[in-house]
Design a protein around this ligand. Structure first.
Ligand code: TRP
Length: 447
C-alpha cells in the first residue's frame, strides 16, 4: 500500500489559531480568575507569567519539535526519532492522561451549554445570590440535565474532529478564535467602564509579594501546564502537523503570549465587575457560574452580556476539547490502523461514559470516593498533580538529553535556515530548569 502523506495544517495562521484554541479554554476563563482571586492577585500573576515563559515556553517548543521531527502521533513520534520504542510510554501515558482530563472537562463544557440556555431564556433575572447558588448546585448534582448537555457537546466536538485536521480543526479554529478574542475584548471594556470597576483593576494590579508562598508557586505552575495544554502530548500532536518551514520557537512564544494575554483579559473582565457590585472576589470554582450571573443581574444590559459571556466560555472549551480528542484519535487510528472517523466516534463514546461518571459523581454517586475525592476531583487531581508533571519531565529529558544535540538543533533551526539567538538559553532552560522546577513542585506535592 502506498504510504499516505501525513495531514498538515494549511497555513501558519491556521496552525496558530488551532494551537491557541487548544491553550485557551476553561483554564483561562473559569480557572485562572479564581486561582488569581484566591492566591493574592498580582503576586500570583507575576509568578504565573514566570512559569509560563520560563517553563511553559521551552516545553511547548520541545513538544512542537518532537512532533514535527517524529512525524507521528503522541507515542510513535518518540520511536521515529531515536529508532527504538523505549520512550513510547510517554505518549501512551499522555493519551491516557488526555482521556481522563477530557472526562471531567466535558462535564464543565456541558454546564456552559446549560448556562447559555439559561441566559437566553432569561432565567437569572430576579434570582437572589442565594437562589443562584442553589440553582447551580441543584443543576450540577442533578442526573439527566448535565448528562444531556455534555453528550451534545461531545457530539459537536466529534463532528469537528471527524472533519480532519485542515477541514475540521483548522477551519473551525480560524472562525472561532477571532470571534472569541473580540467577545473577550468587548466584555473587558464593558466591565472596566462600570462605575467602581477600577477598584477591581486595583485589586488585580497591586502587588503584595508577602502572598507568594510555596503553595502559590505550585498552583501557578499547575495552572501554566493546564492552560498551555502541556505535558500530555497535545502540542506534540499538533506539532506533528506543522510544516517544515514553520518557525517553531516563534510560534510557541506566540501561543504562550496569546494564552497569557487572554487569561489576563479574563481576569480584567471578571474582577472589575465583581468589585463594582461589591461581591467577594475570592470565590472558588463557582465564580463563573454563580457570581457572574449575579453580576449580570445587576448590570445594565446584563441579559445580553450574560449570553455573550457563556457563548465565549463554550467556544473556548470547544477548541480545547477538539485538541484533546485529536490526540487520542491520531494515536488509536495510527497505532491500530483503524479508520479515523470510526476511531473518533468510538473514542467519543468512551469519553462520554467517563464524563457521565464524573457528572454523576457530583450527585447521586457522591458517596463513592477514592482518597476522599469523588471521580471528578480524582481525575482532576491525578492528571494535574501526577501525570502532567511526569509527562513534562519526561519530554524535557527526552528532547534535552536523549536526542543528540545536532538533530535537536537541526530541528529547531529548520536545518540551519534560522539563526536563533536564544538557542543557548533555551537549551539551558530545557536541560536544567524545566525538569528541576517540575521535580521540585512535584516532590513538594507528594509531601
Ligand atoms: N489548555 C486548555 C485550557 O486551558 C485545556 C487543555 C486542552 C489541556 N488540551 C489539554 C490541558 C491538554 C492539559 C493537557 O482549558
Amino acid at each position: 500500500m502506498e504510504k499516505k502523506k501525513r495531514a498538515s495544517f494549511g497555513s501558519k495562521l491556521g496552525f496558530l489559531a488551532a494551537a491557541v484554541g487548544s491553550a485557551v479554554g476553561l483554564g483561562n476563563i473559569w480557572r485562572f480568575p479564581y486561582e488569581l482571586g484566591q492566591n493574592g492577585g498580582f503576586a500570583f500573576l507575576i509568578v504565573y507569567l514566570l512559569c509560563a515563559f520560563l517553563i511553559g515556553w521551552p516545553l511547548m517548543l520541545s513538544e512542537f519539535a518532537v512532533g514535527r521531527m517524529g512525524q507521528s502521533n503522541v507515542s510513535s513520534s518518540f520511536a521515529n526519532i531515536i529508532g527504538n520504542k523505549r520512550w513510547n510510554w510517554i505518549g501512551i501515558m499522555g493519551a491516557v492522561c488526555v482521556l481522563l482530563v477530557i472526562g471531567f472537562y466535558a462535564v464543565v463544557c456541558g454546564w456552559s451549554l446549560e448556562y447559555i440556555y439559561q441566559a437566553i431564556t432569561n432565567q437569572f433575572s430576579g434570582q437572589s445570590p442565594q437562589e443562584l447558588s442553589d440553582s447551580f448546585s441543584s443543576f450540577t448534582t442533578g442526573t439527566w440535565r448535565p448528562i444531556l448537555w455534555l453528550i451534545l457537546f461531545l457530539v459537536i466536538n466529534c463532528a469537528i474532529v471527524v472533519g480532519g485536521v485542515q477541514e475540521g480543526i483548522e477551519r473551525t479554529s480560524k472562525v472561532l478564535m477571532p470571534f472569541l478574542f473580540t467577545i473577550i475584548v468587548v466584555l473587558c471594556i464593558r466591565s472596566i467602564s462600570l462605575p467602581g470597576g477600577l477598584e477591581g483593576l486595583k485589586f488585580l494590579f497591586s502587588p503584595d509579594f508577602s502572598k507568594i508562598t510555596p503553595s502559590v508557586v505550585l498552583s501557578a505552575m499547575g495552572q501554566a501546564f493546564f492552560s498551555l495544554s502541556l505535558g500530555m502530548g497535545c502540542m506534540l500532536t499538533y506539532g506533528s502537523y506543522m510544516r517544515k518551514e514553520n518557525h517553531l520557537g516563534k510560534t510557541a512564544f506566540e501561543v504562550v503570549g496569546m494564552d497569557s494575554l487572554i487569561s489576563i483579559l479574563c481576569a480584567m473582565t471578571i474582577f472589575p465587575a465583581v468589585f463594582a457590585l461589591g461581591i467577594d472576589p475570592s470565590k472558588g470554582p463557582e465564580l463563573v457560574f454563580i457570581t457572574l450571573p449575579n453580576v449580570f443581574n445587576q448590570m445594565p444590559g446584563g441579559y445580553f452580556w450574560g449570553i455573550l459571556f457563556f457563548i465565549l466560555l463554550a467556544i473556548a472549551a470547544l477548541t480545547s476539547t477538539i485538541s484533546m480528542l485529536e490526540v487520542i484519535t491520531a494515536y488509536v487510528s495510527e497505532e491500530w490502523k483503524l479508520n479515523r472517523k470510526a476511531t473518533a466516534i468510538g473514542t467519543t463514546v468512551l469519553i462520554a461514559l467517563l464524563a457521565i461518571g464524573c457528572s454523576l459523581s457530583m450527585g447521586v454517586w457522591n458517596e463513592y470516593t477514592v482518597l476522599g475525592m469523588n471521580l471528578f476531583d480524582l481525575f482532576d487531581n491525578f492528571t494535574a498533580k501526577i501525570l502532567m508533571p511526569i509527562g513534562g519531565i519526561a519530554i524535557s529529558i527526552f528532547f534535552g538529553w536523549i536526542v543528540d544535540r545536532k538533530s535537536r538543533e537541526a530541528e529547531l533551526t529548520n536545518e540551519g535556515v534560522l539563526k536563533l539567538k536564544y538557542l543557548k538559553f533555551y537549551t539551558f532552560l530545557l536541560k536544567y530548569i524545566v525538569p528541576l522546577a517540575i521535580l521540585a513542585v512535584f516532590a513538594d506535592q507528594l509531601i
